[in-house]
Structure formats: structure tokens, C-alpha cells
Design a protein. Structure first.
Length: 109
């Protein structure tokens, strides 16, 4: 069964986990849900089964990176879907997805 449009899930803990839709319909809600959560102690934000997604996903990742920088912490994103990598490249912010200075591969269709 697929999730209704606009839903998405965020869970906090040692690792943050994001799943479901990450679109203009859900990104603001996911950002609000994360505001009261302590940044993940592991520094990892895991993208499990994120689908669908749009450019709002890039904005959410940028917001989380800015927050981590402001708090003097680092975060890394894992399980990034190829479509999110492509969007980040399109907007020239693919380094936002980089981990340990290594850029993720850009997948072209």
C-alpha cells in the first residue's frame, strides 16, 4: 500500500531517520518535527524509503546542514536516493550530500 501524497515520517534518536514522501507538501512539517529534536549523536541522517521527493527535500537538507553548522556539529546523509543526488547537482549543492569530503556519484538516466 502506498502512502498518501504529502505524508512523510521523521524519527529522532542516535540516528535520524526519514521515510515516505519528502515533497513541498511534507517538508515544512518534517522540518518543524525536527526542530525540537537534538541533532543525532551519531551525526547520521538516514534516508530509508523516501519516495516521492522534490526540490523541497534539498531545502530540508540545507536547513539541517545550517543548523548543524550553527550548533558546531556535523551531520552526514546516508541512503540518499539517486533522484535527490541529481536534484542537489542541478542546484549546485551536491557537496551538501558529501561525506568525509567525498562527493556522491551523480546518476544520469
Amino acid at each position: 500500500m502506498s502512502e498518501p501524497r504529502g505524508t512523510g515520517a521523521f524519527s529522532a534518536g542516535d540516528t535520524w531517520s526519514v521515510s515516505g514522501a519528502l515533497t513541498i507538501d511534507s517538508a515544512a512539517r518534517l522540518l518543524a518535527a525536527s526542530r525540537d529534536a537534538v541533532l543525532p549523536p551519531s551525526g547520521i541522517v538516514a534516508f530509508g524509503k523516501v519516495h516521492p521527493l522534490d526540490s523541497a527535500a534539498v531545502a530540508l537538507l540545507l536547513a539541517w546542514k545550517r543548523r548543524a553548522t550553527a550548533e558546531g556539529k556535523t551531520i552526514a546523509f546516508t541512503g540518499i536516493p539517486p533522484s535527490l543526488t541529481a536534484l542537489a547537482a542541478l542546484y549546485g549543492v551536491e557537496e551538501l550530500l558529501a561525506s568525509d569530503g567525498v562527493r556522491p556519484p551523480i546518476v544520469t538516466a
